[in-house]
Design a protein around this ligand. Structure first.
Ligand code: PLP
Length: 383
């Protein structure tokens, strides 16, 4: 067999399978891909264009441009009161995707157990397996608004547990974790000596309460790798740029892998990300306000047509229950696509515990949401 056992064992993403169906149907309203419908704000694009005009076409330092690391350090200090040394504690990566892969590879040895929310973002499980680690799912419960608790986590800790992955605001449910619970999770991480990878890519997209960054909690900076990005808040998915901030020992280990695999993040994207942090604030606020309007529209709309859903608190996802239809989440999604041309993603693409739900990404113009709701209603009535 030419293909390695690890690569063979990776299943294709459940999301991709659905996107392949897209090519077969036209006039679809797609709630599928988790990305902003907005184009990157102009000042950011312009910074990229100017950088190209000036001939910025080379590699940067493996760690990323010093100015960008300094700006990220300032940003984290201003926003969350956490101070990171831009020289040794911050690494610029090719999206949070790369940052996550580096973190898990830098931390996990064969057989180490990694705690993962279930459902969760599709990459965590396969990347953990590719690193040789063992993913251990922590079921999220609808009754608790899909928000993870210290108690849920503690139940899954064994002598082999090394890493806890947290993602909040959360893909695919839109849940978040509030201060009271975060403090309990921090206490648990300390007591059971867990390293936390905190994927806070949706930190700016929060509609109720405030986002508290995990490393800002007492004692947590020394045991957390914070992952942050530009894809979602600044509508920069295609630029492929993100960062990791954490203890020097871990960031330097990540850098050792990064320098041989990725070398550096694209320079144009780094220059544009710098502009995003310096001048993108107003447009981020406008986009967040618009997501919030859509969030209210879709939550109310889904409830009115009879789909039970927890109100999302952040990101741009809602995760309604389809259990009452009697269909599996794949059957529901496939039939909704073929019969009413509305694309949603089956919840089981995000883990076993996502069965019985579908993910709707509401990063779509309100008119599209308003057009889709009657289609979903018609579909439900036919069942
Ligand atoms: N983390 C989460 C929770 C996500 O939802 C996504 C993308 O959907 C990513 C990471 C990947 O982000 P990036 O575009 O920065 O690689």
């Amino acid at each position: 067999m030419r293909i390695s056992r690890r690569a063979r064992d990776i299943r294709p993403s459940g999301i991709r399978r659905f996107f392949d169906l897209l090519t077969k149907v036209t006039d679809i309203i797609s709630f599928g891909v988790g990305e902003p419908d907005f184009t990157t704000p102009w000042c950011i694009r312009e910074a990229g264009i100017k950088a190209l005009e000036k001939g910025y076409t080379m590699y940067t330092s493996n760690k990323g441009l010093p100015e960008l690391r300094e700006e990220i350090s300032r940003y984290l200090e201003d926003k969350y009161g956490i101070s990171y040394d831009p020289e040794n504690e911050i690494l610029i990566t090719v999206g949070v995707s790369e940052a996550f892969d580096l973190a898990i590879r830098a931390l996990v040895d064969e057989e180490d157990e990694v705690l993962i929310q279930d459902p969760s973002y599709v990459s965590y499980r396969p990347c953990t397996i590719l690193s040789g680690g063992k993913p251990v799912p922590i079921p999220l419960k609808e009754e608790r608004d899909f928000s993870i608790t210290a108690e849920d986590i503690e139940k899954k800790i064994s002598s082999k547990t090394k890493v806890l992955i947290l993602n909040y605001p959360h893909n695919p449910t839109g849940s978040t974790i509030y201060k009271e619970e975060l403090l309990k999770i921090a206490e648990l991480a300390e007591r059971r000596d867990l390293i936390v990878i905190s994927d806070e890519i949706y930190s700016r997209l929060i509609y109720e309460g405030e986002h508290i960054s995990f490393p800002s909690l007492p004692g947590m900076k020394g045991r957390t790798v914070l992952l942050g990005g530009f894809s979602k808040a600044y509508a920069m998915t295609g630029w492929r740029i993100g960062f990791a901030a954490g203890p020097e020992e871990i960031i330097q280990a990540m850098l050792r892998i990064h320098q041989y695999t990725m070398l550096c993040a694209p320079i144009i994207s780094q220059i544009s990300a710098l502009e995003a942090l310096r001048n993108g604030e107003e447009e981020v606020s406008e986009m967040v306000e618009e997501y919030d309007r859509r969030r209210k529209l879709i939550t109310q709309g889904l409830r009115e047509i009879g789909l039970k859903c927890v109100e999302p608190k952040g990101a741009f996802y809602i995760f309604p229950s389809i259990k009452e239809t009697g269909l599996s989440s794949e059957e529901f999604s496939e039939r909704l696509l073929l019969e009413e041309k509305v694309l949603v993603v089956p919840g089981n693409a995000f883990g076993e515990n996502g069965e019985g739900y579908v993910r709707i990404c509401y990063a779509l113009p309100r008119e599209k949401i308003e057009e889709a709701l009657p289609r979903i209603e018609r579909f439900l009535k036919k069942l």
